[in-house]
Design a binder for this molecule. Sequence first.
Ligand code: C5P
Length: 229
Amino acid sequence: VSPKPLSGKKVLVTAGGTVERIDPVRYITNDSSGKMGFAIAEAARDRGAEVTLICGRMEAEVPHGVKIVKVDSATSMYDAVMDRLANTDLVVKAAAVADYRPASQATHKMKKTSETFTLQLVRNPDILQAIGEWRVAQPDGAKPFIIGFAAETNDVEKHALDKLQRKKCDLIVANNVTEAGAGFGTETNIVSVYGPKGLVEQLPQMSKRAVAERLLEIAQAVIGEQNRK
Ligand code: C5P
């Protein structure tokens, strides 16, 4: 029996949405279902990888056979990811991370007092960018291989390539979330995969699991090429 393609590899996947608390009973989140990240975790597991899935709020049922780490806020996801990077071969950031969090979290339920209310938000760390920067700072700068996602509503290619450069990833998986059959909550997705030189592959509408399988094949091919250089 030939070994599975990812056997011995450590894969870190983030999935779901982050939860940014306002007070003990209220929070800010987003529509991420976690399904795309879960499909990647399952596909990597079935290819023999040791998978850690860091998940925020999600609707889908968590996969079995992978290590689950539950987090809530972007900062807790940041800590969970950064702690594990030294021991990771491939990281896939499919989570929908909130860009901002409330500047402070009230200890008690906030009361309505005035007619208008302003909530001050502060920027969250960009986890994907931090992973890219962490890798650049390593002696060999080779690991982990980094895959990011980009949910866009317009100028998909331009924004995807911009994110790839800025966040120093190897591949960006872009989807136009305005298309039917793509994006949040759906069973299928329609994505284009970009590398540093531009479009690598445009996939038709596929189940999220099929997208995950193809994405891992592409990643393995690119890693193979990098190793030959
Ligand atoms: O939100 P944005 O479009 O920049 O997300 C693109 C990629 O960056 C996604 O892979 C997402 O998980 C990641 N990201 C992150 N930390 C953030 C914002 C986004 O890791 N604060």
